[in-house]
Design a protein. Sequence first.
Length: 184
Amino acid sequence: MEEQNPWKTLESNLKYDNNWISVTEHQVINPSGGKGIYGEVHFKNLAIGILPLDEDYNTWLVGQYRFPLKAYSWEIPEGGGPLGEDPLESARRELLEETGMSASNWKEIQRMHLSNSVSDELSIIYVATGLIQGIAMPEETEELVVKKVPFDEAFEMVMKNEITDSMSVAAILKAKLMIMENLI
């Protein structure tokens, strides 16, 4: 049974807007009846993640400096997909841009909200198999390092908190279970 919305919005003001996100401040009555503010980040793209796997269960990780974290991050290939575009087409494009690979087989394995307390960002994660290597073409805002690792090593990186990106963690943990159950 779905619950009714306990929040009452009194007023909403757009505070920031660019090509990727908008930020709205809402004056609200909270579920306890008190007045307050609630900030909401609206994402203008889907978050797309791809876990490439070859026949020997190797995968490819992408390393890059993440400005908001002020730290380097190892992740699965990922990026944004326009809301009106088929998410699979976005996934194909991101895999090619970041790794130079294309894949003949695609399987959606996860949909998740990345930070639903403050944003509406939806993530869709795929496993890509039947890989063909080509040439990577990263966007101008990306300085990427791509490395091939055994899938079990990527799993260990998650377990040791060396991979902390939420889509990467979810993809690798879900894939580990699916591999154990012969679903991949």
